[in-house]
Design a protein around this ligand. Structure first.
Ligand SMILES: Cc1cc2nc3c(=O)[nH]c(=O)nc-3n(C[C@H](O)[C@H](O)[C@H](O)COP(=O)(O)OP(=O)(O)OC[C@H]3O[C@@H](n4cnc5c(N)ncnc54)[C@H](O)[C@@H]3O)c2cc1C
Length: 378
């Protein structure tokens, strides 16, 4: 029995570690990723202001796994029914597989945006954003962040506080654009309000209800026919499917089954949970889906693909609350309560630590605590 996990993000690493415990020793497990490290993506915005944290955000896959074979390769296409993967250095066949390849930034075909904007998905993006922003701080100018979801609000907060640290708050404008009526769209209203307050306190110019229609070298256009000049453009306007998956995020139901022998989880797919709810694409959901996928892979391995169909577990989305940083401010929603200040910061730190410890990076977790408690960034 060969189980292949494609992608070593939150979904892939959590799934691999669970399978290592749950499957019999005789089952071979392969974890494929184009990088040899797991990226702690939900804290990526922090590397824009604080590059020293970069090492803690990259966990070597060797440290994450006990017995899985790690294959550093780029997936080019997947046949989910046949269990065949085309990778840049050949092919890989599996008995049971899981697609955990995440998503890429969506530009919705907006004229000129893709070529002029920097997304925020990898450390390279964080470095590029920082370097262009420091130039802005020196020369003065305006940085526009397009999209006020979790990534957009957090990167805008980091930029505003970086400008302050550089003594450039009066020279640089940070503008955050959002198509919907509120920041953090889709989140509970008290949380949205607390995030909006934190953005406002930092002097961030938030423009909701603003749809970008295109960009040239210096100017963005909006659907209202207005223009916004910019010196730097960061794009966090949404996600779409990976090229290796036909540029789409296929929909899966609550068993996460994507094909006869394949499951799909995390940002790579659009999950409808067992109560018919559309599940948000977050690290929190990806980790939750990994345990259901592991149970289902173990059940299918037990019954044999093509044999008697096992009863599969179903994923139900339950939010454990939300925590975001807006520069030095932290906002959390736990149940119906919104937390700010020290309690929210402690919660954010503990989530980062739990994740690092959960993927086996205990030393990084310790360093993260030291950094968060000692520094001002968490
Ligand atoms: C700045 C920012 C802040 C965020 N904040 C939060 C937050 O506060 N809370 C929260 O819950 N979520 C947050 N998120 C969202 C969260 O990071 C994602 O939802 C999460 O990373 C999804 O996990 P995943 O495993 O599905 O995909 P990913 O973590 O993206 O992992 C996908 C993996 O697949 C690999 N891969 C992709 N294509 C290929 C290929 N062709 N071949 C081989 N390997 C490939 C990648 O290298 C990567 O390792 C944030 C995201 C960003 C960018």
């Amino acid at each position: 029995m060969h189980v292949a996990v494609l992608g070593a993000g939150y979904a892939g690493v959590t799934l691999t570690r669970t399978l290592e415990r749950q499957l019999p020793e005789s089952a071979e497990i392969t974890l494929v990723d184009e990088r040899d490290t797991h990226l702690v993506q939900h804290l990526l915005h922090r590397a824009v202001r604080n590059p020293e944290i970069e090492d803690q955000l990259q966990v070597p896959l060797e440290e994450c796994c006990q017995r899985a074979t790690i294959r550093e390769a780029t997936v080019e296409s997947v046949d989910a029914d046949e269990g065949r993967v085309n990778i840049d250095d050949g092919t890989l066949s599996y008995d049971i597989g899981a697609i955990c390849l995440g998503a890429r930034t969506a530009y919705y075909g907006l004229s000129g945006v893709r070529s002029r904007a920097t997304p925020l998905k990898r450390l390279e993006d964080a470095r590029e954003i920082r370097s262009a922003f420091l130039d802005c701080c020196e020369d003065g100018g305006r940085v526009v962040v397009g999209g006020a979801g979790l990534s957009g609000v957090q990167v805008a907060g980091e930029l505003a506080d970086l400008a302050r640290e550089e003594g450039a708050e009066s020279a640089v404008d940070v503008v955050l654009l959002e198509q919907k009526a509120d920041v953090a769209p889709g989140f509970p209203e008290p949380f949205q309000n607390a995030v909006a307050d934190a953005l406002d306190c930092r002097g961030i110019d938030v423009r909701t209800g603003t749809t970008v229609t295109g960009a040239d070298e210096t100017t963005l256009t909006t659907d209202a026919g207005t223009t916004i000049e910019y010196d730097q453009l960061v794009w966090t306007g949404g996600i779409t499917g990976q090229p290796s998956l036909g540029d789409t995020r296929r929909q899966v139901q609550s068993t996460l089954r994507l094909g006869r022998r394949t499951f799909g989880l995390g940002d790579a797919v659009r999950v409808i949970d067992d109560e018919g709810e559309r599940v948000p694409a977050t690290a929190q959901s990806a980790v939750g889906q990994a345990s259901v996928a592991a149970e289902n892979i173990a059940a299918l391995a037990d019954s044999g693909v093509g044999g008697f169909e096992p009863r599969l577990s179903r994923y139900v989305y339950r939010s454990r609350g939300w925590v975001v940083t807006v520069g030095d401010a932290t906002v959390a929603q736990v149940g119906s309560r919104v937390l700010r200040g020290k309690p929210a910061k402690a919660l954010k730190t503990s989530i980062g630590v739990r994740h690092l410890a959960g993927v086996g990076a205990v030393e990084d977790a310790v360093a993260f605590v030291r950094e968060s408690v000692g520094g001002s960034q968490a």
